[in-house]
Design a protein around this ligand. Structure first.
Ligand SMILES: Cc1cc2nc3c(=O)[nH]c(=O)nc-3n(C[C@H](O)[C@H](O)[C@H](O)COP(=O)(O)OP(=O)(O)OC[C@H]3O[C@@H](n4cnc5c(N)ncnc54)[C@H](O)[C@@H]3O)c2cc1C
Length: 426
C-alpha cells in the first residue's frame, strides 16, 4: 500500500512532536514560515549568554512530560518560584515578607473561591468583576491588590477584565517546582530527531484547500499536495484570518476560534554593567505605580549575568509594542527607580519582545475570555472531514497556554493517525 502523506503546518513543539512520531508511518512534510524550528520556544543567542524570548518555565516538574525530555538530554534546569519576590512600594520601601504573604494568601483565596463556585457564575462575568464582589477585597491594601492582579495578568496574558470568571482555573500546571533553563529553553528542541522529514523553511502557508481526495497548501514557496494536513498554527494566526481555507472551515470551528482569545506577555531583558540590586529573590516587584512594568526577574541568580528581565502582560503589554526599544527601556528603568532608588543606571543593552505584532504568533498564548469556555479548546482540536487535523497549545483543554500542552497535543494527533493503521480517517 502506498504510504500516506501528511503536511504539518508549523514547526513549534506541537508540530515537531507529531512529525517525529509520524515519520515512521507516513511521509511527512513540515511547512514552517520562519527559518528556524521552535516557534514560541525561542532563545536569543547572539550574545555570550542565552536569553529566552518566549517560553521560560516548565510549569510543574512532577509528571510533566518535558521533565523526561530534559532528563534524557541531560539539560540543566533550576527551580524558580513565581511567589519568591521582594516587593517595593512607591516610596521605595520593601514591603515586609510577612505582609505580602498574608495579603497574597487573601488574594489567592478569592481566586480559589471563584474557581470552586465557578458553575454558579454567569457566562459573561469577567474575572475582575467576580473578584471585586469578594468581601475579602477590602482587607487587601489597594496597591498590593493591583500588583497581585498585574502578576495574574502576566501569568495568563489576558486582562482580568476580559478573562472569564466561570472558566478561570489554574489547573494547567503539573505539581512540583517550576524549572527554568539557565542555558536556554531551545535546548529541548534537540529531543526531536527530524531525519527523514521534509523540512520546508521560509514557507508561510497562505491557503489550504481540502476535499475528499486530499489537501493542498499554497505557500510562499509553491504548492504542496498530501492526504492530510495537521495544522499546529497559533490561535492568533488562525484568528487574524491570514490563512484562507477553501472551502471555508465549518461554522463550529470558526466560532471556537473567534470565542477564544490570545493573551500577550512581553519581556525586556536589560543587561547592566554590574549587579546593583539585592540578589535575594527570584523576582523584584514594584507596587503602587502607574507603569506597565511591575515585576522583574533576576537572571543574575541563575545565569550569573547582570540581567534583569522586565515582564508585562495583558493590554499594557500590547500597547507597549508601538514604542521604540529606548522608550520601553525608559519605562522599565523608571519602574525600577521607584522601587530601588535613583541610583538605578541605564542598561548597557536591551532585548525587547513584541509578540502581538509577530505575524507568526499574534500573541503569546491563549486564554478564555468572557463567553468562551474550556470546551472551545476541544472544539479547536476536533478534526474536519477526516482531512484537516489540529494541534498546538490552544487545542489542549487540560494544559493550554503551555509548552507541555502543545507537546502533548502533537503526540495526541500522532496517536490518532497511528491508531488508524493507514485507514482513511473519515
Ligand atoms: C513570551 C512567552 C512566554 C511564555 N512562557 C511560557 C512558559 O514559561 N512556560 C510554558 O509552558 N509556556 C510558555 N509560553 C507558551 C509556549 O511557548 C507555547 O504554548 C508553546 O511553545 C506553543 O507551541 P506550539 O507548537 O503550539 O506553537 P508555536 O510554537 O507557536 O509553533 C507554531 C509554528 O507555526 C509557524 N507558523 C505561523 N504561521 C505560519 C504559516 N502561515 N505558515 C507556516 N508556519 C506558520 C510559526 O512560525 C511557529 O513556528 C510562553 C510564550 C510566550 C510567547
Amino acid at each position: 500500500m502506498k504510504q500516506k502523506h501528511i503536511l504539518i503546518l508549523g514547526a513549534g513543539i506541537a508540530g515537531l512532536a507529531a512529525a517525529e512520531r509520524l515519520k515512521t508511518v507516513m511521509n511527512v512534510t513540515l511547512l514552517e514560515a520562519q527559518n528556524r524550528i521552535g516557534g514560541r520556544i525561542r532563545t536569543f543567542r547572539a550574545r555570550s549568554f542565552p536569553l529566552d524570548l518566549g517560553a521560560q518555565v516548565i510549569h510543574g516538574a512532577y509528571g510533566n512530560p518535558l521533565t523526561k525530555l530534559v532528563k534524557k538530554l541531560g539539560i540543566e534546569t533550576v527551580p524558580s518560584d513565581y511567589f519568591d519576590y521582594a516587593l517595593y512600594d512607591k516610596a521605595g520601601k520593601c514591603v515586609s515578607a510577612a505582609k505580602t504573604a498574608a495579603q497574597e494568601k487573601k488574594f489567592r483565596s478569592i481566586l480559589k473561591a471563584i474557581s470552586k463556585h465557578s458553575r454558579r457564575i454567569a457566562k459573561n462575568t469577567s474575572l475582575e468583576d467576580a473578584m471585586n464582589l469578594s468581601p475579602l477585597k477590602k482587607e487587601i491594601d489597594p496597591a498590593l491588590w493591583n500588583w497581585f492582579k498585574e502578576s495574574e495578568e502576566i501569568y495568563s496574558g489576558g486582562d482580568l477584565k476580559k478573562q472569564s470568571a466561570r472558566h478561570y482555573d489554574q489547573s494547567n500546571d503539573y505539581p512540583g517546582p517550576n524549572m527554568i533553563f539557565p542555558h536556554g529553553y531551545d535546548q529541548i528542541l534537540n529531543a526531536f530527531n527530524l531525519e527523514g522529514i521534509s523540512m520546508q523553511f521560509n514557507c508561510a502557508v497562505r491557503r489550504i484547500s481540502w476535499a475528499k481526495s486530499g489537501v493542498c497548501a499554497e505557500t510562499d514557496r509553491g504548492m504542496f499536495d498530501a492526504d492530510y494536513a495537521l495544522i499546529t498554527l497559533p490561535l492568533g494566526v488562525l484568528k487574524d484570518g491570514q490563512i484562507r481555507f477553501s472551502p471555508q472551515l465549518p461554522g463550529w470551528k470558526l466560532a471556537a476560534i473567534k470565542r477564544l482569545d490570545m493573551g500577550v506577555l512581553n519581556l525586556i531583558h536589560m543587561r547592566f554593567s554590574k549587579v546593583f540590586w539585592p540578589q535575594n529573590h527570584n523576582f523584584i516587584g514594584v507596587a503602587g505605580q502607574d507603569n506597565p512594568f511591575t515585576r522583574f526577574a533576576d537572571r543574575s541568580r541563575i545565569q550569573n549575568i547582570p540581567v534583569l528581565t522586565g515582564i508585562t502582560g495583558g493590554d499594557d503589554a500590547v500597547k507597549l509594542e508601538s514604542l521604540s526599544d529606548e522608550a520601553i527601556a525608559g519605562l522599565a528603568v523608571k519602574a525600577l527607580r521607584v522601587g530601588l532608588g535613583h541610583q538605578v543606571p541605564q542598561p548597557v543593552e536591551v532585548e525587547v519582545t513584541r509578540w502581538a505584532r509577530d505575524p507568526y504568533t499574534r500573541g503569546s498564548y491563549s486564554f478564555i475570555p468572557k463567553g468562551a469556555s474550556w470546551a472551545d479548546y476541544n472544539t479547536l482540536a476536533r478534526p474536519v472531514a477526516g482531512r484537516l487535523f489540529f494541534a498546538g497549545e490552544a487545542t489542549h483543554a487540560r494544559h493550554p497556554c503551555t509548552v507541555h500542552g502543545a507537546y502533548l497535543s502533537g503526540l495526541r494527533e500522532a496517536r490518532r493517525f497511528k491508531a488508524s493503521r493507514g485507514k482513511e480517517l473519515l
